[in-house]
Design a protein around this ligand. Structure first.
Ligand code: SAH
Length: 396
């Protein structure tokens, strides 16, 4: 018997639609004394069993659901089955695009709330972000070992969101030894260096994989400005597609150093690439003053809004960079612009880009709507899983 959570009348609606979160406001009573992350049964106010989940006493999201099946124990077999399912559902993608690097488990969207696992060649990198993920750490790791017996397993749970769950940050080897230096992964015939220990998140942004390929198609014989380049992977695709000149801009010098090595690793022409360590907001204005122009501009900023209070500021930030970028485009140029802020809806993002075009005094036509790669699926019961939006525009 697990401790149980009894919901207020009417608050079972989201669970009936199999949404995996229960907010603190929906709870009438906690019976028993569940520990941080412990498995609890969820009951409606009449005592009917609804679901089984993990208790997060310090978070607004008080319970994250593991299963809607009353017979399902939350044990190693459960986690192994979820890992197997996630791997199985990615097989076609892995084969089709020749991937050795991909997101193996995308948390709620793979029915494992709080669990993110990325696959880098022969290493798995985990982020356990919720109290329930941490409580079941040993079962989750054992499940990964069962499906990937030869892989090194490395922990990158060194993220601030763990604080909201009452957890400290953790990082380091869980199984095997991660050799020093950078790992190499492949996608679509491109080789990419990844710094698993010190890179952003787990080391790399797999979610932009399709968008890198699409962007490349716009770049033949073009001069391209890649803002927020990180390790420069958009550039490899662009140069493979015959870009005339490519400029990577990022605040992080270590990221730019890897970007340079990535060009060399793919035997591309370094003389066609610039690496600029700068703040994009300032650099775009400087280029405008200098009268510099480009044929293609890519804007892939970090998440500007972590919560609703930051959304207004985020809108201003998006509008600003999109406006100046449009002013820097040659007539008929292409803007590829993205937002990875989950709180920003696709509609709102499109409005901001439309406003940016008005302010830039340019006509802009949307020619493609872009999204996250399919190893970042969106469970139909969890629309919050859709976070990466993009637009391709012709700017006249
Ligand atoms: N386009 C990349 C991912 C970008 S992540 C890819 O495909 O891999 C966002 C990047 O923006 C990070 O590398 C971060 O260092 C950089 N960054 C954040 N704020 C910045 C700023 N104001 N100016 C320039 N770069 C910035």
């Amino acid at each position: 018997m697990h401790p149980s959570i009894i919901l207020k009348p009417g608050r079972e609606k989201a669970l009936n639609r199999r949404h995996p979160w229960i907010f603190s406001m929906a709870i009438k009573k906690v019976s028993g004394k569940p520990e941080l992350g412990e498995t609890v049964d969820i009951l409606d106010h009449n005592g009917n069993w609804l679901a089984r989940g993990a208790y997060s006493p310090q978070s607004q999201i008080r319970v994250r659901i593991w299963s809607f099946d009353q017979q399902q124990n939350i044990d190693q077999a459960f986690f192994t089955a979820r890992v197997e399912q996630a791997f199985l559902s990615r097989q076609a993608l892995i084969k089709e695009q020749g991937l050795t690097g991909f997101r193996l488990i995308a948390a709620e969207s793979d029915y494992l709330p709080g669990v993110t696992v990325d696959h880098y060649d022969n290493t798995l990198v985990c982020q356990l972000l919720s109290a329930g993920a941490e409580y079941n750490r040993h079962l989750i790791i054992a499940a990964l070992e069962a499906v990937f017996p030869q892989h090194t397993i490395y922990d990158r749970s060194d993220v601030d969101v763990r604080k909201k769950e009452g957890l400290a940050k953790t990082q380091g080897e869980i199984k095997g030894v991660l050799e020093g230096g950078l790992s190499i992964i492949e996608e679509n015939g491109v080789k990419i260096l990844v710094d698993i220990k010190q890179g952003h998140k787990t080391g790399f942004y797999f979610d932009q994989r399709d968008n890198r390929r699409i962007a490349g198609e716009f770049c033949k014989d073009k001069t391209v400005l890649n803002c927020f380049s990180y390790t420069g992977t958009f550039g490899i695709y662009a140069l493979n597609n015959g870009a005339k000149h490519f400029t990577n801009v990022d605040l992080s010098q270590p990221a730019l150093d890897i970007a340079k090595q990535n060009i060399e690793l793919n035997n591309l022409d370094l003389s066609r690439v610039d690496f600029v360590q700068a703040d994009v907001f300032k650099l775009l204005r400087k280029y405008r003053e200098e009268g510099r122009t480009f044929d293609v501009i890519i804007l892939d900023p970090p998440k500007f809004a972590d919560n609703k209070a930051q959304l207004t500021g985020a809108c201003r930030g998006y509008k600003d960079i999109n406006m100046v970028a449009m002013q820097l485009l040659n007539p008929g140029g292409t803007l590829l612009t993205y937002s990875c802020s989950g709180l920003m809806s696709a509609d709102l993002f499109q409005k901001i880009v439309a406003d940016a075009a008005l302010d830039a005094r340019r006509d802009a036509q949307i020619i493609a709507r872009l999204s996250q790669a399919s190893d970042h699926p969106i469970a139909s019961t969890f629309p919050e899983g859709f976070y990466l939006k993009g637009l391709a525009l012709t700017v006249l």
